[in-house]
Design a protein around this ligand. Sequence first.
Ligand code: NAD
Ligand code: ZN
Length: 372
Amino acid sequence: MSEKNPEVRTRVVHVSAASRSYDVHVGAGVLGEVGAIARAAAGGSRCCVITETNVGPLYADAVEASLAAAGYGVAERLTFPAGEEHKTLATLGALLEGLAERELTRDDVVVALGGGVTGDMGGLAAALYLRGVRVVQVPTSLLAMVDSSVGGKTAVDLAAGKNLVGAFWQPAAVVADVRCLLTVPRDLLVDSVGEVVKHAVLADPALLGDLTGRPLVAGEPDEARLVDVVAKNVSIKRDVVDADERESGIRQTLNLGHTIGHAIEAASGFALGHGSCVAAGLSVVARASARAGWCPDDVADAIVRCVAAQGLPTGTDVPLDELMRYVAHDKKRHDDSVNLVVPERLGAARVRRVPLVDLGALVAHDLEGADL
Ligand SMILES: NC(=O)c1ccc[n+]([C@@H]2O[C@H](COP(=O)([O-])OP(=O)(O)OC[C@H]3O[C@@H](n4cnc5c(N)ncnc54)[C@H](O)[C@@H]3O)[C@@H](O)[C@H]2O)c1
Ligand SMILES: [Zn+2]
């Protein structure tokens, strides 16, 4: 597979949310089509790109050229400092002032270009400015493509915690160009595969098998495979979010691996990547589930093998009492139990109410027995 294979077909995944339906375009080289896609999906006459200091210099010129070619008047772009520490109300305020200075109207369009931080910031700015203007999301990190591009959640952090202020604001369209992944630091790319494995465990055993056979991030980028995997992940998240509108609670299964994963992340002082912590959490919960009889042993084995094949951690060396202290603080805690998402078979998970003492006992066994 050549690095830039012109044959790679763009995949379009349709998402219908209650408030708005939209398409997620996943392709190789689709950045040049942002203008035409925005024109068809959002209309309007002017656009403003919101981006950050790492991504803007790499891709904003191409996106703005595409917007201009589609007939948009392109306002001076808004660039905020990259990094989670800038996902704040202060940055949000500056972006809103910037949109007002550029005299963007209700007919105009915000284009959020960057990773998950930019998607959240740009999406929330669009939700609030003039009580809501259209936004086209252009995710440039793997996490943003496979996770935050679907579901319509936007948020900023408070000192008290992450994502505490936000809104549901569906985009008019999403354009995910896997060529943007070429410039993402390799460690971050590998880290984000943790969420990809989670999606595969939840809904796609064939994808899990494919990932177990070959790491997603290795050697020359395989654009066709990346397009396929991103499109599958978007579909999986779309289906879970859709199903939740009919049967409340299914969305919770997206937290698979996160109860233990968040605890590992917090115990590391957020030094470990979120995806790696989810991968470790997924492995720990899979083995605990097999031990408890909630899933067959071979299901747990398949999950752990896939995590290992991606070069992600399959366990943790956080001491049990510390781990359980963080689990007890998890927001999904009810009294002395947690709502734990457990795999049942490959492609299906469910939520179980598990007493903390039982979870502690299952995990203790795991930490002692695991080959870490
Ligand atoms: N709204 C949702 O549903 C949702 C879901 C999951 C995560 N999130 C949020 O997403 C954020 C994490 O996403 P993230 O990992 O993309 O973080 P991020 O946006 O901070 O990106 C990570 C790093 O990669 C850089 N980067 C992004 N794309 C790049 C590219 N193409 N080339 C070079 N560098 C690039 C960024 O500048 C940053 O340094 C968190 O704030 C999380 O809360 C939101
Ligand atoms: Zn996550």
